[in-house]
Write a protein that binds this ligand. Structure first.
Ligand code: ADP
Ligand code: ASP
Ligand code: MG
Length: 421
C-alpha cells in the first residue's frame, strides 16, 4: 500500500468556501505526490463558539449529552463541503463522520478520550484511490452515543487516525506558520521553532499554547507519529516538526512561554487537618470527571488544627465543581469555599532547564519587577507555572519572553550565550 499522510485543517483554514477550495488544492497536491491522503477538518470559522453561545442562551448548564449532539454538527458541514470541493477539482473523495468510521471513545461527554479506531473502511476507500475526509472532534461510544473530544480536539482526531493507520506523517495546517516561542498574536516578535520535542510541546500545550490540543501531542509521542504544524496559507513553508527529545540539540533553558486564561481557582478553607480529607475531595472531583491542575495545601494552623486546600480547574468545569463541592461540604466539615475566575496560569517550558538552578528565580524576579503578585506556583521537570491575575497575563508573557531571550531578532545570537544563572 502507498504511504498514508494525514492532514488536518482547523476552523480558520475552512472558514469560507474560497478557503475550502484552497484546502482542496493542498490536499490534491499531496495526493499527486503519490500518497494516500486522509484529511481531518474542524468546523468552519467560529461555528463551534456560535453553537456554544446558542446553547448558553437557552440554558445556564445545558446537558453535556445535548452539547455533544449540538457541537458535533459543525464538523459535519465542513467534511461534506471539502469532499465536494475536491470532487469539483476532478478527484475522487468521500467524507465520513466519526460514527461511520468507528472512532470509539469513552462514555464521557465533552472531553472523551479515543479508545480505538476502525481502519477497514478508511483503508478500503484509500485503496480505491479516494481521498478520505473525516470529521475531527467527534467520537462515538460503544452504545452509539455521540461524544466530543474537548475544544480544539480535531488535532487529536488527526493524530489518532495517523497512529491507527500507521501514517508516514501528520500535518496540522493552521493559521500560523508553526509553533512559536509564545503566541505570536500576543508577542509579535515571537520566533518560529524549527523543531520542538514531544515533551516540551506537551507541556506548552497543557500550559495553554492553543496551537495543539494536548492529547494530540500525547498520542503522537506514544505512537511515534511525526507531527508537523504548518501554515494553511503558506503551504511551501515546512513549519515546525515535533519529534523525540534525543534528536534535539538543547541550546537554551527556556523554549517557550504560554498562558492559560481559562483556569479558575477554588480555595476550600478551614479543612480539618486529619488523614483522608484530600482523598475525599479529589476523588469526588475525579468521579465527576473534573481535572485538577495546580494544588496547594497550607500548613495546619495550630489553634484550629485546620488547613486550606487551593486548586485550579478548567473554568468550563466551574459550575459542576461548585455543585460537587456543595454536596461534599458537610462530609469534610470545611469552612468557606472561595472561587476566583479572574486568574491566569503563566508558564515557562524548556527541556534545557533540567539541572539548571536559577531559572525559577529569574521567572519570579521578572514578575516581581512588574509588581505582579504570584498566587500559586507549580513545577515539573521542564516547566514552571505561576498563577497570576488575568489582567497581568499578557504583560507577564511579554516580559518572560524577553527575559529568556526568545524574540526573533535575538534568538539567532542566543546559542552559546546563555544567561549566567
Ligand atoms: P485551528 O483552528 O487551526 O485549530 P487554533 O486557533 O486552535 O487553530 O490554533 C492556532 C492559534 O494558536 C494561533 O492562531 C495562535 O494564536 C495560537 N497560539 C498560542 N500559542 C502558540 C504558539 N506557541 N505557537 C503558535 N501559535 C500559538
Ligand atoms: N471545532 C472544535 C472547536 O472549535 C474542534 C476543533 O476546532 O479542533 O473546539
Ligand atoms: Mg485548534
Amino acid at each position: 500500500m502507498r504511504r498514508i499522510i494525514v492532514q488536518k485543517f482547523g476552523g480558520t483554514s475552512v472558514a469560507d468556501t474560497e478557503k475550502i477550495k484552497n484546502v482542496a488544492k493542498t490536499v490534491i497536491k499531496e495526493k499527486n505526490n503519490g500518497n494516500n491522503v486522509v484529511v481531518v477538518v474542524s468546523a468552519m470559522g467560529h461555528t463551534t463558539d456560535y453553537l456554544v453561545k446558542m446553547a448558553r442562551d437557552l440554558s445556564k448548564s445545558p446537558s453535556s449529552r445535548e452539547m455533544d449532539m449540538l457541537l458535533s454538527t459543525g464538523e459535519g458541514v465542513s467534511i461534506a463541503l471539502l469532499a465536494m470541493a475536491i470532487q469539483a477539482q476532478g478527484y475522487e473523495a468521500v467524507s465520513f463522520n466519526a460514527m461511520q468510521v468507528g472512532i470509539f471513545t469513552e462514555n464521557i461527554h465533552s472531553k472523551a478520550r479515543i479508545i480505538k479506531i476502525q481502519t477497514e473502511k478508511l483503508k478500503q476507500n484509500l485503496n480505491e484511490g479516494k481521498i478520505v475526509v473525516v470529521a475531527g472532534f467527534q467520537g462515538v461510544t460503544e452504545d452509539g452515543e455521540i461524544t466530543t473530544l474537548g475544544r480544539g480536539g480535531s488535532d487529536t482526531s488527526a493524530v489518532a487516525l495517523a497512529a491507527a493507520l500507521n501514517a508516514e506523517r501528520c500535518d496540522i495546517y493552521t493559521d500560523v506558520e508553526g509553533v512559536y516561542t509564545t503566541d505570536p498574536r500576543v508577542v509579535p516578535k515571537a520566533s518560529k521553532l524549527k523543531e520542538i520535542s514531544y515533551e516540551e510541546m506537551l507541556e506548552l500545550a497543557q500550559a495553554g499554547a492553543g496551537v495543539l490540543h494536548p492529547r494530540s501531542v500525547e498520542i503522537a509521542k506514544l505512537n511515534h507519529v511525526p507531527l508537523r504544524v504548518r501554515s494553511s496559507f503558506k503551504t511551501d513553508d515546512t513549519g515546525t516538526l515535533i519529534l523525540g527529545v534525543e534528536k534535539m540539540e538543547i541550546d537554551r533553558p527556556v523554549t517557550g512561554v504560554a498562558a492559560d486564561l481559562s483556569q479558575a481557582r477554588i480555595v476550600v478553607c478551614d479543612v480539618p487537618d486529619v488523614p483522608g480529607q484530600a482523598a475525599k475531595l479529589f476523588s469526588k472531583l475525579a468521579q465527576e470527571n473534573i481535572s485538577v491542575d495546580m494544588i496547594i495545601q497550607s500548613y495546619a494552623r495550630k489553634v484550629s488544627n485546620t488547613n486550606d486546600i487551593a486548586f485550579t480547574i478548567d473554568s468550563a468545569d466551574l459550575e459542576k465543581a461548585k455543585e460537587t463541592l456543595n454536596q461534599l461540604k458537610d462530609n469534610i466539615h470545611c469552612g468557606e469555599i472561595q472561587i476566583n475566575s479572574d486568574i491566569a496560569k503563566v508558564s515557562i517550558v524548556g527541556a534545557g532547564m533540567i539541572d539548571r538552578p536559577g531559572i525559577a528565580s529569574m521567572m519570579f524576579e521578572t514578575l516581581a519587577n512588574l509588581g505582579i503578585n504570584i498566587k500559586m506556583i507549580s513545577t515539573s521537570e521542564i516547566k514552571i507555572s505561576c498563577l497570576v491575575d488575568k489582567s497581568d497575563a499578557d504583560k507577564a508573557v511579554k516580559a518572560l519572553h524577553e527575559e529568556f531571550k526568545l524574540a526573533s531578532d535575538i534568538i539567532a545570537d542566543v546559542k552559546g550565550d546563555l544567561p549566567n544563572v
